[in-house]
Design a protein around this ligand. Structure first.
Ligand code: PLP
Length: 383
């Protein structure tokens, strides 16, 4: 058994970001400033979008995204039950009503046919999540959106590298929102970014992310001298700090190397687990790029002889940290109280949510770490 505990989702932090954080501290400019602007430029260039607005989380970006698209009271937004609660909470915070459309059991992404069935006269938007880094069926979702005049917000928390038929995830809908939370493919500790082709949406997102003020703090405190500002709307305090951007602006330069490293781990898992009685991630079409954010296995008690939760415990006792992405949203008590949802409302999501388990897949893993995970999985299954 391995000596030290393998923490799930640990990021790889390298010398350039360590140096940049120190330089940022020494510059005494910690808040939103030149490093945040540089990080935004680098992400926009990577994603091929004209506008990127740095924020302190993806959750903040999803919330502002709903607001700047005019979603609110009485509006319904269709999203997936196989996501982190933040996707749903953002809709609720905007004052709109979340509506769930079940996932496809193979891709684990929102099923466009289910979306169609959930459309009512009050539907205003779709909020798809590229689950685990696999692209949603965006052609089908965009055509539904066009037909019904719906806005589309792509939750790209798993999907920085994701591409769909030649298009980058996050650049297909009206808005795309990235996360740089500590477990994501590139990190800033906490952080997020909104991507858009629309300059007005970008401007509004930026303004609403900094109190609704007409000029951001960077402009107010440069050596151009003090300038008065107006407060045009009641906004939020969601801006990204330079201290965070100092990490991200170097992480983005290594995004391809990290992806290649995760691909090696991914393929090793696939080879080693091919004969085990567990479910493995489905292959994806050649004209898509998977972001390889989560390697999820399915533990079906009838096939494996142990439940997912027993598997979690056995891996934990072997010093392997794992994650669960996700227990299906309708099973969460707050939504049951508010919306009357029942745990089995979305049967495919429920089936996945009861069986899924995410294995470590960070670029930080050594070959020995990966070997330890493989051995622990095999042992847990008595293989
Ligand atoms: C992590 C995550 C979020 C929230 O990201 P934060 O940056 O932590 O706010 C939203 N949606 C999905 C699918 C996520 O995995």
């Amino acid at each position: 058994m391995r000596q030290s505990y393998l923490v799930f989702g640990q990021p790889l932090i390298e010398q350039p970001e360590i140096d940049e954080v120190l330089a940022c501290l020494r510059s005494a400019w910690l808040g939103t400033g030149p490093r945040a602007a540089e990080f935004e430029r680098r992400i926009a260039a990577y994603k091929g979008v004209p506008h990127a607005v740095g924020l302190n989380s993806c959750t903040a970006g999803l919330h502002l995204g709903c607001l700047v698209l005019g979603l609110g009271q009485g509006d319904e937004v269709i999203t997936t039950p196989m996501t982190f609660c933040a996707s749903v909470n953002a809709i609720v915070h905007a004052g709109a009503t979340p509506v769930l459309a079940d996932v496809d059991p193979v891709t684990m992404n929102i099923d466009p046919e289910q979306v169609r069935r959930r459309i009512t006269p009050r539907t205003r938007a779709i909020l798809p999540v590229h689950f685990a880094g696999r692209a949603c069926d965006m052609d089908a979702l965009m055509s539904i959106a066009k037909e019904h005049d719906l806005r589309v917000i792509e939750d790209c928390a798993h999907a920085i590298e994701t591409e769909y038929r030649g298009q980058k995830a996050g650049a297909i809908g009206d808005l795309g929102v990235l996360s740089f939370y500590s477990t994501k493919n590139i990190v800033t500790g906490e952080g997020g970014m909104v991507l858009t082709r629309d300059p007005d949406l970008a401007k509004r997102t930026k303004m609403m992310g900094l109190h609704g003020m007409s000029a951001d703090a960077w402009k107010r405190f440069t050596d151009d001298g003090y300038k008065h500002y107006d407060v045009e709307e009641v906004g939020f305090k969601y801006n990204l700090m330079d201290l965070q951007a100092a990490i991200g602006m170097h992480q983005i330069t290594r995004i391809e190397a990290y992806w290649q490293r995760r691909l090696v781990i991914w393929n090793r898992y696939l080879r080693e687990f091919a004969d085990l009685p567990i479910g493995l991630p489905a292959p994806w079409p050649a004209n898509e790029r998977h972001a390889l954010h989560l390697f999820t296995i399915l533990v079906d008690e009838r096939r494996c002889g142990i439940s997912r939760d027993e598997m979690l415990m056995r891996l934990h006792r072997q010093n392997i940290g794992t994650g669960v992405h996700y227990r299906a949203i309708p099973g969460m008590s707050v939504y049951q109280r508010r919306y009357g949802w029942r745990a089995d409302d979305c049967p495919h999501a429920k089936t996945i949510g009861d069986r899924t388990l995410s294995l470590p897949l960070s670029a930080k893993l050594t070959d020995d770490d990966v070997g330890d995970v493989i051995n622990a999985v095999k042992q847990a299954l008595g293989a």
